[in-house]
Design a binder for this molecule. Structure first.
Ligand SMILES: [Fe+2]
Length: 393
């Protein structure tokens, strides 16, 4: 039934969006004010990335030179999270303009959103506007869902949301195997030659809250609530993909993206008696800071152990905690908080009253070299804030 209802809803949502754009033009920009795709200067980038092949749970891409041969240089990923696109026209425009600035200046080969992106009242229409906005930029992009994205674990509205964005040419997101938890468990393989992988990106739906239906299966106590965890079949799928990719390409490095952080992020920080947070000496901290507890599941289903055993994944990227933005190295694995990029949610201003030039809004840049080694960097929205005029003496 989903495909039929989805087609009807997608058609009507696109029609409503088109009407909105006509009204916006006829009203000379006065109505409706929500049209961020009309008001944000996004620019257009050329990409030399192309899709080589795809199947149910993976898409393989590569950069090509002008002669049509696969290039083996650096590959740049811009990742960001928790845009929390809501219903305030000024704040949604601001978030998208600053995001567009980062994209145009850093010129990534791929953009990854790690959830809690589109949460507005007209979410399904805004999903299409968001996808069309990204298409205008012209760079390949992808998304995993956050805990706020849809109230269903697997249902029509979540299906529609993913279908509405994944239909677009530059969106690499896939539903993934039907038998897995949620929607959007898939991998993106980046080739650096016909026969070798520069990197593989594993994407996961990390769910929402611990549901009663999983308590028996995972032996979870009745009083354990809170955020969700990756399910056994997702971990098995990850192990299976590593094995099949290794068989095809030999040893390769990989990265992992999900919304809710793994429980191992907790090894990086502890809360002090005064309520603030400090880093522990269990991890090496490469950058960033911590201002809230790790919003992970209380239940550890073992993905981190699988990462250690499989010896492929070098970094995990999460979102969810808007005022943490550190990168910690735990047992040799980078545990990274993507920079958040939303304003219609809590941040350093709402929680601590900090001046905006110290907020964490921005993007994370991952530069992958030809051998698959990574370098990370933060880019902050504050670099685009207008400088305050100097006071006259
Ligand atoms: Fe969030």
């Amino acid at each position: 039934m989903y495909p039929v209802f989805t087609a009807i809803r997608q058609w009507s949502n696109k029609a409503l969006l088109a009407v909105g754009r006509v009204l916006y033009k006829l009203s000379l920009g006065l109505f409706p004010t929500s049209m961020f795709s009309m008001t944000v200067d996004s620019g257009h980038l050329k990409t030399d990335v192309r899709i080589v092949s795809e199947d149910e749970d993976s898409v393989t891409i590569a950069k090509f030179d002008e002669g049509g041969r696969i290039k083996d240089g650096n590959f740049k990923i811009l990742s960001t999270t928790d845009l929390h696109l809501g219903d305030d026209p000024k704040l949604r425009k601001k978030a998208f303009q600053l995001l567009a600035n980062h994209i145009c200046q850093s010129k990534p080969d791929l953009i990854v959103f790690t959830g809690d992106i589109i949460l507005s009242k007209f979410q399904q229409i805004d999903a299409i506007e968001f996808a069309q906005f990204m298409e205008k930029i012209g760079v390949y992009w992808t998304i995993v869902f956050g805990n706020h994205e849809a109230r269903e674990e697997k249902g029509f509205f979540k299906y529609l949301l993913l279908k509405s964005v994944s239909d677009y040419k530059h969106c690499l997101a896939k539903f993934g195997p039907e038998e897995l938890f949620g929607y959007g468990n898939y991998c993106i393989n980046i080739l650096n030659s016909e026969t070798s992988l520069q990197q593989s990106l594993f994407m996961f739906d990390s769910g929402r809250d611990i549901l009663d239906e999983y308590r028996g299966q995972y032996d979870i106590p009745a009083d354990m609530g809170g955020y969700d965890f990756l399910k056994k079949e997702q971990i098995d799928w990850y192990r299976g993909k590593i094995a099949s990719l290794r068989e095809k390409y030999g040893d390769f490095k990989s990265l992992m993206y999900m919304h809710i952080p793994l429980k191992e992020y907790e090894h990086a920080i502890r809360q002090k008696e005064d309520g603030t947070f400090e880093f522990t000496d269990e991890c090496k901290i490469l950058y960033g800071s911590a201002h809230e507890s790790v919003g992970c599941s209380a239940y550890n289903s073992g993905m981190f152990d699988a990462i250690l055993e499989e010896k492929s994944t070098q970094a995990v990227f999460s979102g969810h905690d808007h005022v943490n933005d550190f990168c910690a190295v735990y047992k040799g694995i980078y545990l990274v908080y993507n920079q958040p990029c939303g304003y219609e949610t809590y941040h350093m201003g709402t929680n601590f009253g900090w001046e905006e030039n110290r907020w964490k809004q921005g993007v994370t840049i991952t530069l992958i070299d030809a051998k698959g080694e990574i370098k990370l960097a933060q880019r902050f929205n504050s670099m685009y804030l207008k400088k305050q005029p100097q006071k006259q003496q």
